[in-house]
Design a protein around this ligand. Structure first.
Ligand SMILES: [Zn+2]
Length: 97
């Protein structure tokens, strides 16, 4: 059997269930929170596999979008809107809504 996935169990912060990494040799390392339950590990593995299947490890999309996609959330296309522009930190602090 040629290994393709390496699954590690590590104690992670309670809000972090796992992560996936593409290794230099093309294999994947999946990290699971050792403090989670077996059911949470199963859900986390599915989530991480969706990242792989969707090509997220090669994507330059924002991480929050990738996470929603991996959770199966359908995102509507945002309407093109012009950004609000600020000239400095002070300008942003003083004029942000
Ligand atoms: Zn994720």
């Amino acid at each position: 059997m040629t290994p393709e996935f390496f699954v590690y169990y590590l104690p992670l912060p309670a809000t972090v269930h796992g992560s996936v990494r593409l290794n230099d040799d093309g294999t994947y390392s999946v990290y699971l929170n050792s403090l989670d339950t077996a059911e949470e590990w199963r859900r986390t593995i599915e989530h991480e596999l969706r990242h792989i299947e969707a090509g997220h490890l090669y994507s330059d999309k924002p991480v929050w979008k990738l996470e929603l996609e991996a959770d199966g959330v359908e995102l509507p296309e945002p309407e093109a809107t012009a950004p609000k522009i600020y000239s400095s930190l002070e300008d942003l602090r003083e004029n942000f809504i």
